[in-house]
Design a binder for this molecule. Structure first.
Ligand code: SAM
Ligand code: FES
Length: 350
């Protein structure tokens, strides 16, 4: 019964809300079958190649106050930092030598970085490394700002929607943040021709299995190029300090469902998954993920970009991280590919 629903997804047929919910509620009975199918589908499109993105966490200042996030405005315990344009470009140059061909510039929503400053950085990155893709993850900005950054050469944009339920959104964010604006931003990014990434935390406070079933329908409709999901992990200096964290088990199941729902998706095995389970990223790849995002930020700021407690990979040089990841990925039968790692349009041939 459950396996036949997975077969249906595998044949690229659409599942209903009730069918997704049934699978999520009975995941203990069909997880292995899901993972087998999800990794076969990934393999039929991307082979055994795992794409790497060099993550540059360039500011931990944020004007927002999301209840779950360790770098929220009201967290007075955070030691704030900003990287200069030269430091950011230096990280990318070093990353290029290590084999990265995509750089992800991520930060809190920090008004210090105006469009002019950011566009200069993007232009310089593209000038220095024309064979590389630039991904931005800077939160909500105006249409004009997204356009200026696209015109400067940015290729992709990650903006997790966090939840597709406006009531749930209101429980995760203060009143000055708007669910509708988040959706409008995603639409604007699509209109401008970015490759767009959406996503959410698994096990975020107040999230239900019903919410998760709806996330799959939302993603199917949005049809993004990338989906970033990872477990919610409490941060001690946030309003959600005592909320239970999400589990690796449910995150992996959702990764598998996302791979079958959107076969061509670029799907990271996230740092949060590796934090909640020491083998989380390897398990993520076995569940259908095909991207990892090692940290290229300078060592002296790593521990300051603490979105949640006990975040891994804050003590190692980028070169060590990539060596460690190569070894870990090899255990899954996959290997890192040195390329931009673009979205592939091809149909699964299985
Ligand atoms: N400011 C940008 C934005 O809002 O998209 C990028 C940075 S934001 C910190 C990146 C992502 O981290 C968020 O979209 C959220 O899903 C995730 N995140 C924040 N706090 C987290 C937590 N406590 N546990 C797991 N993930 C978290
Ligand atoms: Fe910075 Fe949520 S706290 S975007």
């Amino acid at each position: 019964m459950f396996n036949s629903l997975i077969d249906k997804l595998r044949k690229n047929q659409i599942l209903s809300y009730d069918e997704y919910l049934l699978l999520i509620k009975n995941r203990d009975k069909c997880a292995d079958y899901l993972f087998k199918n999800a990794s076969e589908v990934r393999e039929s499109i991307y082979g055994n190649k795992i794409y790497i993105r060099g993550l540059i966490e360039f500011t931990n200042y944020c004007k927002n106050n999301c209840y779950y996030c360790g770098i929220r405005r009201d967290n007075k315990c955070t030691d704030r930092y900003r990287l200069s344009p030269d430091e950011i470009i230096g990280c990318a140059d070093y990353g290029y030598e290590l084999g990265f061909r995509t750089f992800v510039l991520q930060g809190g929503e920090d008004p210090y970085y105006t469009d002019d400053i950011l566009c200069d950085i993007v232009r310089k990155l593209k000038e220095n490394h024309p064979d590389c893709a630039v991904t931005l993850s800077l939160g909500e900005r105006s249409f004009d700002s997204y356009k200026a950054l696209k015109d400067a050469g940015a290729d992709r944009y990650l903006l997790r929607h966090e939840t597709s339920d406006s009531g749930h959104y209101g429980k995760l964010h203060p009143d000055d943040m708007s669910f509708q604006n988040r959706l409008d931003c995603l639409e604007n990014l699509k209109k401008l021709g970015y490759h767009v990434g959406a996503g959410f935390m698994v096990g975020s406070p107040f999230q239900t299995e019903e919410n998760l079933a709806n996330e799959l329908l939302f993603l199917k409709k949005l049809n993004p190029h990338m989906v970033g999901i990872g477990p919610f992990i409490a941060h001690k200096d946030t309003p959600f300090f005592d909320q239970p964290s999400g589990t690796a088990e449910l995150t992996l199941f959702m990764l598998g469902l996302i791979r079958l729902t959107l076969p061509n998706i670029l799907l990271p095995a996230t740092t949060a998954l590796g934090t909640i389970d020491p083998l989380g990223r390897e398990k993520g790849i076995r569940a259908g993920a095909n991207v990892v995002m090692p940290n290229l930020s300078p060592l002296n700021v790593r521990k300051k970009y603490m979105l949640y407690d006990n975040k891994i990979c804050t003590g190692d040089e980028a070169a060590q991280c990539i060596e460690c990841l190569k070894r870990r990925i090899a255990t899954t039968g996959c290997e890192i590919e040195i390329s931009r790692g673009d979205y592939r349009q091809s149909k699964p041939n299985c």
